[in-house]
Ligand binder design. Structure first.
Ligand code: NZQ
Ligand code: ZN
Length: 385
């Protein structure tokens, strides 16, 4: 296991009725920019609870952050925040709203061109303090320091990381997620599953806590994912899904271990090109990536086969094949397709096009060993046809 310094500064308020806790998080009279999406929070009662909790604050609202938050939309929020001299940001919504709010928080005090934060990895010296009310369990954005921003005008989707954008607090009330469509619930399960896999399915480094913790999270998702879809009003199932998705990407299981974020890197290109939901792009890539990288990931694939899927019998190669098939079947069982041919909008030259886009970004060696070249990316997507 590598050395690490572990610190997660996000305070979590978890459970029913916890939105009221926001009141104690802001100084009296604080100027708060409330950032939200297309309006789901007005239909499910979340907005009313937030307004009640913010009664002692001066609130400026910005609605309209879209799924896969768009840079041009967010720059309007940056202008509003500057004009209104807001001191805090409160994001209320899913991962897109939270990520968008993180970008706004970083861009408001940023001296240069904010696009450089995404396109050139420009250093961020500070950000406005940010709190969140999460309404969609999936990304872990409520308790991590990452944000992924799209720029449709340039057909781009880029991520940035900064210690400064960790939320100061996040409210996780599972009841706020009851209004989600089955598609969004499934997306959340599938996204969280992939987050765990990408911090786990590499090579062993004797990190027992991280490994066993990751395996537990995967098993919980396999168990409760389909149940949550079948029983959408079950509070306990929903509460476990919310908490599992947070732990899948709150940086804990990734400490001191090799990681492989190639599935996400390829997935982001597919969303940039075709607008496919984030979680759905991951299911297109992951089974094929496991197959193509099976030699490099052999020991962990066998561990995954045994500990997550209970596959202990027979030839090791057959066990690996079975584990990959179980992974594919799991995504399909929650209604997420795993073949590019399931998406008519995906054109035949996609494998080469994605490889070329990643090459142009300088992503010449991805994966835990740096051996996933653009050529390997093309192979993975060709296998995903
Ligand atoms: O905009 P509204 O009206 O709120 O509707 C949203 C949106 O249409 C709706 N929704 C959210 N909560 C709801 C609800 N509808 C009814 N009831 C509720 N309680 O759901 C739709 C999708 O929301 P979105 O926020 O886009 O989904 P998700 O949470 O899956 O976020 C996806 C984004 O997060 C990024 C993705 O790339 C994508 O841009 N990611 C962020 C990460 C991070 N910050 O660490 C990591 C992830 O790997 C991911 O890349
Ligand atoms: Zn993701």
């Amino acid at each position: 296991m590598e050395n690490f310094t572990y610190h997660n500064p996000t305070r979590i308020h978890f459970g029913r009725g916890q939105i009221a806790r926001i009141a104690g998080e802001f100084p009296q009279g604080a100027r708060v920019l409330l950032i939200a999406g297309g309006g789901s929070i007005k239909q499910n009662g979340v907005y009313a609870q937030v307004c009640e909790a913010l009664r002692a604050c001066t609130v400026v609202e910005f609605f309209g952050v879209e799924a896969n938050p768009d840079y041009d939309t967010l720059m309007k929020a940056v202008a509003l925040a500057r004009a209104e001299r807001v001191e805090w940001i409160l994001a209320v919504g899913g991962g897109s709203v939270l990520d968008g709010a993180k970008f706004v928080a970083a861009a408001v005090p940023f001296k240069g061109e904010p696009w450089d934060i995404l396109s050139k990895g420009a250093r961020i010296e500070s950000a406005l303090p940010l709190g969140t009310v999460l309404t969609l369990p999936a990304t872990g954005s409520e308790s991590n320091c990452a944000a992924v921003i799209s720029r449709r005008a340039l057909q781009e989707k880029l991520a940035f990381l900064s210690e400064h954008i960790f939320p100061r607090f996040s409210v996780l009330d599972p009841e706020t997620t009851f209004s989600l469509s089955p598609r969004q619930v499934a997306n959340g399960v599938g996204d969280a599953f992939c987050h765990v896999i990408e911090q786990y399915l590499t090579y062993p480094v004797h990190a027992e806590v991280q490994d066993r913790f990751a395996e537990a999270l995967l098993k919980i998702l396999v168990e409760i994912g389909p149940k949550t879809l079948a029983r959408p009003n079950d509070y306990d199932l929903r509460a476990n899904l919310v908490w599992t998705a947070t732990w899948a990407l709150n940086t804990a299981i990734g400490q001191g271990v090799p990681q492989d974020w190639t599935t996400h890197a390829i997935g982001h290109e597919l969303t940039a090109l075709y607008g496919i939901d984030h979680a759905r792009t991951l299911a297109l890539v992951l089974p094929s990536l496991m197959h193509v990288q099976r030699a490099q990931k052999r020991e962990k694939l066998l561990q995954y086969a045994e500990r997550v899927w209970g596959l202990t019998e027979g030839d090791p190669e057959a066990r690996i094949d079975a584990a990959i098939e179980r992974t594919r079947a799991f995504y399909e069982s929650i209604g997420i397709k795993t073949r590019l041919s399931d998406y008519p909008e995906v054109t035949p030259g996609t494998a080469a096009a994605v490889a070329a886009r990643l090459r142009a970004r300088g992503a010449s060696g991805m994966g835990e060993r740096g051996d996933i070249t653009p050529e390997v990316v093309e192979k993975i997507l060709t296998l995903a046809a």
